[in-house]
Design a protein around this ligand. Structure first.
Ligand SMILES: Nc1ncnc2c1ncn2[C@@H]1O[C@H](COP(=O)(O)OP(=O)(O)O)[C@@H](O)[C@H]1O
Ligand SMILES: [Mg+2]
Length: 263
């Protein structure tokens, strides 16, 4: 069930964003963190992996090369949580999950589906909002509904674009822990674009650090989050240490002179 990404190039129209991008094979049970400043190509790579953006090069999952796979079969294995949460409409989280599950023809009886939805809402802390209009929920709660939408599919490969950006610290950790547990117990793979380096180091098995459409470093968190890489990619001076609890901690001292903003 490995995920392979080799020499992937992609872009929009004539503008190339990803440039011959590769990283080491990802084995099942791994949570992979995609890191890098704004505009480094994280969302673009997730779009290639999800099958919605054409690319050159090779992406394969579970022994099947994307370009040679029936695309319907690819979409059955892969679920994506996009960067923007479900829109603030009059739909309730329950209606959204039910309609999505039925539109995708997920093979659950009504009773089994009701249980799964309730379990997901409970573990994501949004059970009490299940019958509220999405328009009445905060961006953070809608982001959790978006995660439930991806998880209800039980994908073998889960792609999460900044899944915790609108959440406070408690729910950021809860979400990463939940994703980590699910992929470990069910031998799936998750690739998540993340901004918080400390949390990425803590919950991810592999980190892929991107900059301007290429991979600067990939591997175990302590090999990727080193001072030189952080300086080069984020244009900041940082000191890396281990907390007394054994967690990697990135202390950003300040911006390096002469850097230009990526916004
Ligand atoms: N739909 C699009 N059309 C044209 N350019 C895009 C589109 N989406 C992203 N880009 C450009 O691609 C580059 C990489 O963006 P993106 O993959 O979103 O980076 P990241 O997710 O790391 O912030 C940026 O320069 C961005 O402006
Ligand atoms: Mg992005």
């Amino acid at each position: 069930m490995n995920l392979k990404v080799e020499n992937v190039s992609a872009g929009y129209g004539s503008v190339q964003i990803l440039n011959n991008l590769s990283f080491p094979d990802i084995t099942q049970g791994q949570l992979v963190g995609l890191l890098g400043p704004n505009a480094s190509g994280k969302s673009t790579l997730l779009r290639c992996l999800s099958g919605i953006l054409a690319f050159k090069g090779h992406i394969s999952f579970a022994g099947q090369e994307y370009s040679k796979t029936n695309h319907k079969a690819w979409f059955e294995k892969v679920a994506t949580m996009p960067q923007s949460p479900p829109a603030p409409t009059a739909l309730t989280p329950t209606e959204l999950l039910w309609s999505t599950a039925r539109a995708l023809a997920l093979p659950y009886s009504d009773q089994a589906l009701a249980h799964r939805i309730e379990d997901l809402f409970t573990s994501l802390g949004i059970y009490e909002y299940r019958l509220s209009a999405l328009s009445s929920l905060s961006g953070g709660k809608r982001q959790l509904v978006g995660l439930a939408l991806a998880l209800i599919r039980e994908p073998e490969l889960m792609l999460l674009d900044e899944p915790t950006s609108a959440l406070d610290l408690h729910w950021r950790m809860t979400v990463l822990q939940l994703v980590q547990q699910r992929i470990k117990t069910q031998n799936q793979i998750a690739v998540a674009a993340l901004h918080d380096l400390d949390l990425a180091a803590r919950y991810c098995d592999t980190l892929v650090l991107m900059h301007q459409g290429v991979v600067v470093a990939a591997g175990a968190p302590e090999t990727v989050l080193v001072e030189d890489n952080i300086a080069r990619v984020y244009q900041v001076e940082a000191k890396i240490s281990r907390s007394p609890y054994g967690h990697l901690h990135i202390d950003v001292i300040g911006p390096l002179p002469g850097s230009s903003p990526h916004v």
